[in-house]
Write a protein that binds this ligand. Structure first.
Ligand code: SF4
Length: 433
């Protein structure tokens, strides 16, 4: 099973190629020399990552062809929207109506939509978000892998289970050989086409070592590589981009500067945002977002977070629930509830209906067994599977009882494919329109 469908190059215009997927066309940026019209490729996140031989591609496409259209039909049926407005306020209907015409709500309007606790109202908001996801992005659902290469971190973020605060946590740092072996397994054995390499802010992996790892991956294991090593400095971001990384995952956590300062001793929101802005200017695909339900956070803050993620050109919105973690200063606070998380997923989709991936985070899956299904039906279209070797996974203890912390990669894949199939989603990334 692959996590991208082969596409056929239809047109080439300098570094941009037009790719055909069963009659649907997408654009992708190409950095592969010698690509010609008629070639088959895999693309991820709008990048061509690999050229594949025609017989291999045609065999895969033959298997996919029927399934592809069947899944689309199921998705279309499940996302059909009957604007049943009984019991819904006229203003809500007006805002959602406009959203369905591709006019995202203004901040005040989104606040009004998300303030409600009425299940009928919220159901309509979630269904509208799902309708928009289907209308603009069809049934593709990104399935990225995440590899946690070290749980060392020099920072003391108050909510984080791998921060300096958690003194009792056993620490690990994967060697270069272990990292490359895990990438090889994820790409070659399990077919992942996009991988996030993640760690705490760990000076124990030097930038030279990270460059070498990324270069080796680029040469040997074709995949779109996202880096998520925290605030590594603008120069180092550039070095890793030049080495071949094309995505940058870093949440700003909260757009409220005072709250940010309280939770992140010695760090500033401005520095974090500068990393995200510069990374975008360098050409990185940006995954960003915030924590939902932090002590002291208001709904206004959360709505501001959604708009900030859009302003930062998030190609993937990543919002996770605050989950109290033992050994941290926020250990005694309550987690946020499922409904608040669904509101944020739907809010992100309403604000960015046409392009963005909206991730159902592992933290949300930890909070709720139904997170994936409900999140995918509230505007979400992306999931991540954990490909960290199991002996390390448990130690990447951002919060307790993390979903997927002990499942085999194959089990995670099987469960994901089954769920996506039941919702009519293809585990693919068809790239940008
Ligand atoms: S949130 Fe990130 S930077 Fe902060 S302590 Fe955790 S791993 Fe380190």
């Amino acid at each position: 099973m692959c996590y991208a469908i082969p596409g056929r190059v239809k047109e080439i215009l300098e570094k941009t190629v037009l790719v055909d997927y069963f009659g649907e066309e997408r654009k992708a940026h190409n950095e592969i020399d010698g690509l010609t019209v008629g070639d088959y490729i895999y693309a991820q996140g709008g990048y061509v990552i690999e050229k594949i031989p025609a017989p291999e591609a045609e065999e895969i496409l033959a298997v996919w062809k029927e399934t592809f259209f069947e899944l689309q039909e199921v998705d279309l049926r499940l996302s059909r929207l009957d604007l049943e407005t009984k019991g819904i306020g006229a203003e809500t209907v007006r805002i959602l109506d406009r959203a369905m015409e591709g006019k995202p709500p203004a901040k005040e309007e989104l606040l009004q939509l998300l303030r409600s606790e009425d299940p009928t109202h919220l159901d309509l908001v979630f269904k509208t978000a799902n309708f928009l996801r289907q209308k603009y992005l069809k049934n593709a659902c990104c399935v990225h892998g995440i590899l946690e290469i070290s749980n060392h971190c020099k920072q003391g973020c108050h909510y984080c289970g791998i921060s300096l605060h958690h003194k009792a946590l056993p620490r690990y740092r994967m060697t270069q050989e272990e990292i490359l072996a895990a990438v090889q397994e994820a790409v070659k054995r399990y077919g992942f086409k996009a991988l996030v390499l993640q760690s705490g802010e760990d000076p124990g992996h030097s930038v030279e070592e990270l460059e070498e790892i990324i270069r080796t991956i680029g040469r040997e294991f074709p995949a779109l590589i996202f880096i998520s090593f925290g605030e590594i400095g603008i120069d180092n971001l550039k070095r890793l981009y030049d080495a071949g990384a094309r995505g940058f995952l870093m949440r700003f956590e909260t757009s409220n500067p005072e709250l940010y300062a309280k939770l992140h001793p010695g760090q500033t929101l401005a520095t974090r945002l500068e990393h995200l802005r510069k990374a975008y200017e360098m050409g990185y695909l940006i995954i960003t977002g915030g924590l939902v339900g932090l002590p002291g956070q208001t709904l206004e803050d959360i709505v501001n977070d959604i708009y900030l993620a859009r302003e930062l050109h998030a190609e993937m919105f990543s919002f996770g629930p605050f989950l109290p973690s033992p050994g941290t200063p926020l250990a005694g606070f309550k987690p946020v509830n499922e409904s608040e998380m669904l509101k944020v997923i739907a809010g992100a989709r309403l604000v960015e209906p046409t392009e963005a991936r909206v991730l159902i985070t592992t933290a949300f899956e930890t909070l709720s067994k139904e997170a994936r299904r409900k999140g995918l039906l509230a505007g979400g279209n992306s999931v991540m599977l954990n490909v960290t070797p199991r002996q390390y996974r448990e130690k990447y203890a951002l919060y307790p009882d993390r979903a997927g912390k002990s499942e085999l990669i194959q089990t995670q894949i099987d469960e994901t494919i089954a769920l996506l199939g039941s919702l009519g989603r293809s585990p693919t990334d068809l790239g940008a329109k």
